[in-house]
Design a protein around this ligand. Sequence first.
Ligand SMILES: [Cu+2]
Length: 227
Amino acid sequence: MSMGGRLAGVLGLFLVAVGLVVWGVATYITPGVTGGLINYTNTQAAGQPVNLTVETVGSIGYGAHPTWVSYLTKDPHTGKYVHITSWELPANTVIDMTIYQYDSGSPLRNQQWGQVEGTIGNNATMNGKDFSTYDSNTGTGVGHTFAIPSLNLVVPLVGVGGDNICGTAPCLPSAFPHNTETFSFKTPGPGVYNWQCFVPCALGYLFGNGGAMSAQGYMGGELEVVS
Ligand SMILES: [Cu+2]
């Protein structure tokens, strides 16, 4: 190999090394994509219901794990969907939740997760129709659940069909098939309450339970309820 070729090779490797260092530092100092907390204590008058809108996507399409399933939250202050799944909420307040579900579904391993429980009225709406249970062995199955175990709350998020599944968040309702589900629940007294998905939806992980299922900011988060 000529001197020039060797020099070019060394230079190339050096640039790769510099690139890796820059990438490593950049991802270390910008962890905000999966961290953070959205404050809902000042989005409405005291005592009024809080509107909380999220979406679920089969692959988030960006960040540290672009292929992972994820929830995203519509930031009430900016109107933009952000990769944050923890919310600061006022205590003893009705939360009116809207979930845009863009992922496909499958039959549930545990049919209990097909029940709507713990919401006001023990029901939810899907695309404008009331429902209190969904048989995941029919139709398009269930993609995810939204569950707050300490409140005994669980809502199945029905999957969408077809090939045109949104693969990069945020997904636009006009561009991709989705199911819109709404329900309400009341926050308890102050405290920290976990929420999570119970469908083992982490493709490529053992029994679907690693990856996005066990990482904060993807298939779970926290309700930080304050007085
Ligand atoms: Cu899930």
